[in-house]
Write a protein that binds this ligand. Structure first.
Ligand SMILES: [Zn+2]
Length: 490
């Protein structure tokens, strides 16, 4: 979807739809110009009818009184409750409506007296407008190929720059969704690595892929064990971006299990199709790396994506196995469906040893327990560093991608100690499943500043997901906007 910014006078603008926002208790939209009384009264009536409820839309035909064919008024609810999130959501609803009506373009006015500063407002609006029109339809004969274009009318001198950045960010989210929505027969670890390699064409990203034999030889015992049951061999995908000389790097690690059957500890059949989304953490990391290289952010960043298919078979690893993880710690396997932490452990330990980073963030659809605890709209956050958590919370407010911090301390670390190995890959029974998974990872991280995101609930639209105009069916691309905001505001 094409978006541009323009500094023009709305009443003189020739457009299919001239769109304005309105808040409760106003009788006319924010920044509405003086027009012929007949038309102004029609707009007032329409505003009265919807009472400016969040996401409400009224259409007023202008009958040739101004060059625009129609005026569309979009409700934002009470003025004191306007946030970036409500703007994103309302812009998404508007965008969908325009698309349903088959209009090829529309213009949206951000007046000078808008309640939120225009920089962040424009960003949220462009995100909402573009993300709402997504659908994963590449395998359908009837595909929607035409989308309306949007003109943002604003007097902000930086409006074009803001729009362009928001396009890059939303493109990264759409890229991530496309990757995550791929069916498992079209996205093996090899195929995921291939798609990622194509990103290095812009020369700012270096992509390296480690093969099954290299992984085994270099001591990636977790990835090797989980991947050994599938004929689709495991890969480790490394993405390197250098945007600032002589400064410490940030590492992003993302779990990419391209399909998770549970392995020998086989999952039930119900909803097993959703386990194609077990690669979402890795897809998020790849999407972030793409955007960072396009935005030329002045940072150093490394993405590490361990990718496997977890299958049952004659070669599969088993409950009871003891394996040696990267760096030498041993793990007792109690459940082969707790595979994510094994591949993440290797990736975290390798990244920290190789790059000595200033911080490491990891993303994984790791535990069903996270959905039990927090539902499907909030990601679990476990961290050993207060500053990182503060910054994440700030970015979370900017982007509407919610997180909630869970505790971790020595008592939790004790819960994954094993009788026969250094650690075990599940905690005792069903208690604190999200935290014991994080405690397993903490063994790889040591004192490096670290934050772990359990995105099992937020990575795709599932039972319990709150309906959002800009999160259509399938993968959401959760975390891409959150972390781009985090990395842009060091
Ligand atoms: Zn699993």
């Amino acid at each position: 979807m094409f978006v541009k910014a323009e500094k023009s006078e709305p009443v003189k603008k020739k457009t299919k739809s001239l769109c304005y926002f309105v808040t409760e208790k106003l009788d006319l939209p924010i920044g509405f110009p003086k027009l012929e009384e007949k038309l102004t009264n029609s707009v007032k009536k329409a505003v009265l009818e919807t009472r400016a409820k969040l996401g409400s839309i009224s259409i007023i035909h202008t009958l040739g009184i101004i060059p625009a064919d129609r005026i569309i008024v979009v409700g934002l609810g009470p003025r004191h409750k306007i946030t970036h999130e409500s703007l994103r959501s309302a812009a998404g609803k508007l965008s969908k409506k325009i698309s349903e009506m088959g209009l090829e373009e529309y213009s949206l006015v951000i007046p000078n007296n808008f309640p939120i500063n225009s920089k962040t407002a424009i960003n949220a609006i462009v995100e909402g407008a573009r993300l709402s029109l997504y659908s994963f339809d590449r395998y359908k004969k009837d595909r929607k190929t035409k989308f309306p274009s949007l003109t943002i009318i604003s007097s902000d001198v930086n409006a074009s720059k803001i729009v362009s950045k928001a396009i890059t960010i939303s493109d990264a989210v759409l890229f991530t969704r496309n990757l995550a929505n791929l069916p498992p027969n079209e996205c093996s670890p090899l195929q995921l690595a291939g798609i990622t390699k194509s990103l290095s064409a812009n020369k700012k990203l270096k992509v390296t892929v480690l093969s099954k034999s290299e992984l085994r030889q270099k001591g990636f015992g977790g990835i090797s064990a989980v991947g050994q049951g599938s004929k689709n061999e495991p890969k480790l995908i490394l993405l390197e971006y250098n945007g600032k000389k002589q400064s410490k790097t940030t590492i992003l690690v993302g779990k990419a299990v391209t399909f998770d059957t549970g392995g020998i500890s086989l999952k039930p059949a119900d909803k097993m199709d959703e386990m194609k989304f077990d690669k979402c953490g890795g897809c998020t990391v790849i999407g972030i790396m793409k955007a960072v290289s396009e935005l030329n952010l002045p940072i150093n960043l490394v993405g590490i994506v361990p990718s496997v298919e977890n299958m049952p078979g004659g070669e599969s690893y088993r409950p009871g196995d003891i394996i040696k993880l990267y760096g030498g710690k041993t793990a007792e396997i109690l459940n082969t469906d707790a595979e994510g932490r094994l591949i993440l452990f290797d990736a975290l330990a390798y990244g920290i040893k190789t790059y000595k980073p200033k911080e490491v963030l990891d993303f994984a659809t790791l535990t069903g327990a996270c959905i039990v605890a927090l539902g499907a709209n909030v990601a679990g956050l476990v961290s050993n560093n207060k500053k990182i958590v503060e910054r994440i919370n700030k970015s979370s407010q900017n982007t509407g991608e919610q997180v909630w911090q869970l505790p971790i301390d020595d008592d939790y670390m004790d819960m994954i100690k094993s009788d026969y190995a250094d650690i075990r890959n599940t905690g005792p029974g069903r208690v604190a499943g999200t935290i014991t998974a994080a405690a397993f990872l903490a063994n790889a991280v040591g004192n490096t500043p670290w934050a772990h995101f359990d995105i099992a609930g937020t990575a795709w639209v599932q039972t319990g997901t709150k309906e959002k105009s800009y999160n259509p069916k399938g993968a959401t691309g959760y975390g891409v906007r959150l972390i781009l905001d985090y990395l842009s505001n060091p």
